[in-house]
Design a protein around this ligand. Structure first.
Ligand code: ACO
Length: 335
C-alpha cells in the first residue's frame, strides 16, 4: 500500500486591529520602549477589542484564510485540532465555538493546551490522524487572547510587556507525494518545571470553592514566570529539538531553508540562531510586531514567511517551540 503523508496546503492568520506600542504601555506601568526592545525585541503587540474579538472568532478568521488558500471548501474539513491557553470558556473549549462559526457541526474537534508548543503539538496530532488514514483534511489552529489575563500594573510588568493577542491556522491534507510533506514531528514535556511559568487559579484543587475572595486577593490568576529559568531551559531545548528533527531525517543544519521558531523573545531566537549557526535569511522572526502570541505565534510567523516568499516548494522548513510545562517540540517539513 502507498504510504499516506500529510502536507500543509493552506495558511492563515488574524490579529486584532488595536496596536499597542511600547510607549502606550507606559500609561499602565513604569516601563520604556528601550527596556522592552532591549530585553525582548518587541516594538508593539495587538490587543483584542472587547465585544468585537473572541478567541474562537479570531481563530475562525485565520481558518477561513487557510481554507481559501488551500482552495478547498470548509465542508471538506474532517477534524479540528485547536491549541489555546486562553479559551473563551472554561469548558467546552473554543474548538466547539469555532466549529459552530464555520458551520461544521458533527465533525470531530480536539482542544489542546500545551502552551507555547501548542501549535506544533496540534500539527503532530493532525499528522498522525492523516498518516493513519482516519482523516484526509485537518484544520489546525492556535489562538490566544492574553491581554485580558495580564497584570498591567508595575507588579506584572515583567510579563505583561511580552504577550500579545492573535490567531493562526493551517490546513493539513493527505498526500502520497514523498517530496512535499511533513517529514516528522518530535514532542517533549517535563512537568518538573510546571510552576516556572504558570497561571494557578482558578484551579479545581482548592479548599472549597475555586473562586473566592481569598483566591482573588492572592492574585494567582495572573501569569507567574521565572524569566531566567525559562530562558536557560528554552535555549537548550530549542537547539536539542531542532537537531533531533534533522538527525531523524539524516539532515544537518546546513540543509535547512528556514527555521520558524516560536516567537518567545528575540534574545532566545538570536541565541538559538547562533547555536545552530544559521544566517539571518534562514530564520524568521516577527515578534517585533506582534509580541509573544503563545500557540498562535508559529502559524502567524509561518503565514507571514510564506506571504513574503520565504517558503517555497522544495524548501526544508523547521518549526520549533518551547513553552510552559515545560514543553518543547519540532516539525520538519519538506515544502
Ligand atoms: N519595564 C521596565 N523595567 C522592568 C520591567 C519592564 N517591563 N519588567 C521588569 N523590570 C525591572 C525589574 O523590576 C528589575 O528591576 P530591579 O533591578 O530594580 O529589581 C529589572 O527590570 C530587571 O528585572 P528582571 O526580571 O531581572 O528582568 P530581566 O532582565 O531578566 O528581563 C525577561 C525579564 C525579559 C522576562 C527575561 O527574564 C527573559 O528574557 N526571560 C526569558 C523568558 C521569556 O522571554 N519568556 C517569554 C515568554 S515564555 C515562552 O514563550 C516560552
Amino acid at each position: 500500500m502507498t504510504p499516506i503523508y500529510s502536507k500543509i496546503s493552506g495558511l492563515g492568520f488574524y490579529v486584532p486591529e488595536t496596536i499597542i506600542t511600547n510607549d502606550d504601555l507606559t500609561q499602565y506601568m513604569d516601563t520604556s520602549d528601550a527596556w522592552i526592545q532591549e530585553r525582548t525585541g518587541i516594538k508593539q503587540r495587538r490587543w483584542f477589542t472587547y465585544g468585537k474579538d473572541t478567541n474562537a472568532g479570531m481563530a475562525t478568521a485565520a481558518s477561513r484564510m487557510a481554507i481559501d488558500q488551500a482552495g478547498i471548501s470548509a465542508t471538506s474539513v474532517d477534524l479540528i485540532v485547536y491549541a489555546t491557553i486562553t479559551p473563551d470558556y472554561y469548558f467546552p473549549g473554543s474548538a466547539f465555538l469555532m466549529q459552530r462559526e464555520l458551520g461544521l457541526e458533527g465533525i470531530a474537534v480536539i482542544d489542546i493546551r500545551q502552551q507555547c508548543s501548542g501549535f506544533v503539538y496540534a500539527l503532530s496530532i493532525a499528522d498522525q490522524f492523516i498518516k493513519s488514514g482516519m482523516y484526509k483534511t485537518v484544520l489546525v489552529v492556535g489562538s490566544e487572547i492574553q491581554s485580558s489575563l495580564l497584570n498591567k500594573s508595575n507588579e506584572g510588568r515583567g510579563v505583561a510587556v511580552i504577550f500579545g493577542d492573535g490567531a493562526g491556522a493551517a490546513i493539513l491534507q493527505a498526500t502520497n507525494d514523498v517530496n512535499h510533506r511533513i517529514l516528522s514531528t518530535h514532542l517533549h514535556a517535563d512537568g518538573r518545571f510546571a510552576e516556572e511559568l504558570y497561571v494557578q487559579d482558578p484551579g479545581s484543587s482548592r479548599d472549597g470553592r475555586w473562586i473566592t475572595e481569598a483566591t482573588i486577593a492572592e492574585g494567582n490568576y495572573n501569569v507567574t514566570m521565572n524569566g531566567s529559568a525559562v530562558f536557560k531551559h528554552a535555549v537548550i531545548r530549542f537547539a536539542e529539538v531542532i537537531s533531533e528533527s534533522l538527525l531523524a531525517n539524516g539532515l544537518t543544519p546546513d540543509d535547512l531553508s528556514l527555521l520558524v521558531p516560536h516567537q518567545a523573545n528575540i534574545r532566545i531566537s538570536n541565541y538559538v540562531q547562533q547555536q545552530m549557526n544559521l544566517p539571518d535569511e534562514k530564520i524568521f522572526n516577527n515578534i517585533q510586531q506582534y509580541g509573544n502570541t503563545t500557540a498562535a505565534s508559529i502559524p502567524i510567523a509561518l503565514t507571514e514567511a510564506f506571504e513574503q516568499g520565504r517558503v517555497k516548494p522544495g524548501d526544508l522548513v523547521c518549526l520549533a517551540a518551547f513553552g510552559s510545562g515545560f514543553t518543547w517540540a519540532s516539525a520538519l517539513i519538506r515544502w
